[in-house]
Design a protein around this ligand. Structure first.
Ligand SMILES: *Cc1c(COP(=O)(O)O)cnc(C)c1O
Length: 404
């Protein structure tokens, strides 16, 4: 069962206070907090078996290699990838996307078309713009509608035999919209296009199944799902990863090097040049174990309760507008209050111990769509409570009074 006090006790940071008030952490869409178990795994790595992986015959190196490769298997099983070597360790979603974009520079040709969505994070727009500049390909955008959902009819109109790639996030970080990715993938495949899904915002709430989705690429950042910063993964279908050239040159990724020619290592090593974030990779695996022990169904159900509870109370505040009202959404609420700059609300409620995000959330095209400079964004995790939401609501009401 879901024992919230027991869960909260796993997170040391939740005990601290901010500006003399108990911390209310509602910035989970930017990064999640870290349970003691995950922190311990990092301390344990550096205290007991810190060594470089894959190369050494000595015991420490073997232990570190085993730990790192076990983490890869945990990630494989969590996301139901067919092969462990389809999981590439990266520094996070941004690097995962750049890896794919740079690989496609060799595949995409002039006048090919790449489709992205209006809901994308900047890290899912800029690499494709750069790819288009390099190759002469054309970038097309799936428009959004007022509810914060994608216009799926317009998407179908954009698809053609020229479409080579489609890039959409699974969940919008600014609005919480859960996109119909299975439909998006199937329609893209029907015209022969590959699909990359940015799973950074979905992975803390939804267990995505790579084989059932039949997705070509999927990206995750560990720090949004109770893991450390600086580590994440790229899932790629074996056939695609074999087709793409290596991302970086360096150690680990080669089989033989002479000055005439270098041959590349097998997957996944071909894509993993240099010494990786070993402790981080191992901790990522521990974070997945931790979340699975709580259960993703339990997490989603509880977070949805928090979302409904907070939405109802926010809606009761005069002059408050919520952006992103799609039927299916994760526990993210973006809002503004008439005539008040979101930044000012953020500053005042921080004084009351409450951490939210304000600004454009790396999604300026969404802000332009609504014709606003930014929003206040509260995003909940499974370790938050209704009591915290009550504190948050009264803080927002207080800020409103002070600012209007
Ligand atoms: C956080 C986020 C990213 C960027 O992830 P990094 O960990 O900063 O690389 C990309 N897309 C979405 C939807 C996100 O929420």
């Amino acid at each position: 069962m879901f024992d919230i006090q027991k869960i909260r006790a796993h997170f040391p940071i939740l005990k601290r206070s901010v500006n003399g008030k108990p911390l209310v952490y509602f910035d989970n869409a930017a990064t999640s907090q870290t349970p003691q178990l995950v922190i311990d795994s990092i301390v344990n790595y550096y205290s007991n078996y810190n060594a470089n992986i894959h190369r050494g015959v000595h015991t420490l190196s073997q232990e570190a290699t085993n730990g790192y490769e076990l983490a890869r298997k945990k990630i494989q099983h969590h996301f139901n990838a067919k092969h462990a070597h389809e999981i590439i360790f990266t520094s996070g979603t941004t690097e995962s996307i750049n890896l794919v974009a740079s690989g496609f520079a060799k595949i995409i040709k002039k006048d090919d078309e790449i489709i992205v969505s209006a809901l994308e994070h900047h890290s899912n727009i800029v690499p494709w713009q750069m790819l288009c500049e390099k190759t002469g390909a054309v970038l097309k955008v799936i428009p959004m509608v007022q509810s914060g959902e994608l216009d799926m009819d317009a998407y179908e109109q954009l698809l053609s035999k020229n479409t080579k790639l489609v890039f959409v996030n699974h969940v919008s970080n600014a609005l919480g919209t859960v996109n119909p990715i299975k439909k998006i993938i199937d329609k893209a495949h029907a015209v022969g296009a590959a699909v990359l899904i940015d799973g950074a915002q979905a992975s803390p709430h939804i267990k995505a199944n790579m084989q059932a989705l039949d997705v070509d690429f999927y990206t995750v950042s560990a720090h949004k799902m109770c893991g450390p910063t600086g580590v994440g993964m790229l899932f790629g279908k074996e056939t695609w990863l074999n087709k793409l050239p290596p991302y970086q040159g360096g150690g680990e990724m080669i089989k033989d090097v002479t000055f005439e020619k270098t041959t590349y290592a097998e997957l996944p090593h071909k894509m993993e040049a240099g010494t990786p974030n070993i402790a981080g990779g191992i901790a990522f695996g521990v974070a997945l174990d931790y979340m699975n022990a709580i259960g993703f169904k339990n997490i989603a159900a509880y977070e949805n309760e928090l979302l409904q509870y907070a939405t109802k109370q926010l809606k009761a505040i005069n002059g408050l507008t919520i952006y992103g009202t799609s039927e299916e959404k994760t526990a993210v609420i973006s809002f503004n209050i008439n005539g008040i700059h979101p930044y000012d609300i953020g500053v005042i409620i921080d004084k009351l111990g409450i951490a939210v995000r304000t600004g454009h959330h790396c999604t300026q095209p969404i802000m332009s769509f609504y014709n606003i400079p930014g929003t206040v964004r509260a995003s909940f995790a499974f370790y938050n409570t209704k009591e915290e939401i009550d504190l948050f609501i009264s803080a927002v009401e207080r800020a409103k009074k002070m600012l209007s």
